[in-house]
Design a binder for this molecule. Structure first.
Ligand code: GDP
Length: 300
């Protein structure tokens, strides 16, 4: 966990430092508050949450008559944690009912890090001594199934794949069926992320979920979002959440941006918690998300 904090701090601390230096300067003028707002907006926190945070901070600093930096820092920390959502359920729902496998669908636009996320999640689950099966339901790109299979080999778990150009839903179906037969704990299904048209995506993803559920209920739909894509990523996320019931978000490439405020914006926009963050390209670079740890990294 310390590792996550240190690595987040490396990419995100400019936001916290910016805020702290502004707050630490004694009585704040309207211009200072505007600068605080600008700092939050520049970090992709989003307009609504920024306004809320600034109002709360202003109110608390003035009613409590705060003048020392330590107290201002404590208040900022508390308000940021409140904004990030300290009590959201961020556990991965990977336990099936009545002995069925947990079924996790991983969805998102191509290039966001879906396949990498499936591989890393498999690693995390295997480390928890769970048995895992991968389903390569992105049948449109042969390379995608190859890439997933490579992850499977690395982690030591089997991959179910279909013919190139085959039906993604039938791969999902076969994977879960095999999971049931073999008594697997968790089936992770990688899906295609072609945002050609909303209707096309709806058909495809909706069908994968429906068909998979003929075998066992889907316990989690994880939407992968690339943190470096800002507003664009949010727009795409909205489309996906209209198509399938997203239950959690994986925010990848947080190592590649100082705009960690996207965590807040994504949660507000979709109404679901960020459950994991990606902090690099390596096999270990996926971490469970924790609100307090995240804020402490911002303020480190
Ligand atoms: P997919 O098309 O959505 O399945 O995306 P991939 O899993 O193939 O990932 C696309 C690229 O993003 C690859 O080069 C990954 O190594 C890279 N990537 C994935 N997650 C992260 C992350 O958290 N940080 C960084 N820096 N790169 C990542």
């Amino acid at each position: 966990m310390m590792r996550l904090r240190a690595r987040l701090a490396r990419s995100q601390s400019s936001l916290g430092k910016g805020l702290l230096s502004l707050l630490g300067g004694g009585k704040l003028s309207d211009d200072d508050w505007e600068e605080i707002e600008d700092t939050l907006l520049a970090a992709d926190v989003g307009v609504g949450p920024t306004t809320e945070l600034v109002e709360n901070l202003r109110a608390r600093l003035s009613t409590e008559g705060v003048s020392d930096t330590d107290r201002a820092r404590t208040i900022l920390r508390e308000e940021l944690i409140g904004l990030v959502g300290p009590s959201l359920d961020r556990t991965l729902h990977s336990t099936g009912d009545d002995g069925a496998p947990g079924v996790v669908l991983v969805v998102g636009v191509n290039g966001t890090g879906k396949t990498t996320t499936v591989g890393r999640l498999a690693r995390v689950l295997v480390a928890e001594e769970k048995t895992v099966l991968l389903g390569a339901a992105d049948t449109f790109r042969a390379a995608a199934a190859d890439q997933l299979e490579t992850w499977g080999e690395r982690v030591g778990v089997p991959t179910v794949r279909g013919p190139e150009g085959g039906d993604p839903a039938s791969v999902g179906f076969d994977a879960v069926k095999r999971g049931i037969t073999e008594g697997t704990d968790v089936v992770l299904v990688d899906t295609a992320g072609r945002l050609h048209t909303k209707a096309g995506l709806m058909d495809e993803l909706g069908k994968v979920k429906r068909v998979v559920e003929k075998q066992a209920p889907v316990t989690e739909v994880l939407l992968v979002i690339d943190a470096t894509t800002g507003q664009n990523g949010l727009t795409q996320a909205r489309v996906f959440s209209e198509v399938v019931d997203v239950t959690g978000v994986v925010l990848t490439k947080l190592d590649g941006t100082a705009k960690g405020g996207i965590v807040v914006a994504v949660q507000r926009e979709l109404g679901v918690p960020v459950k994991f963050v990606g902090l690099g390209e390596g096999a270990d670079d996926l971490a469970p998300f924790d609100a307090e740890e995240f804020v402490d990294a911002l303020l480190a």
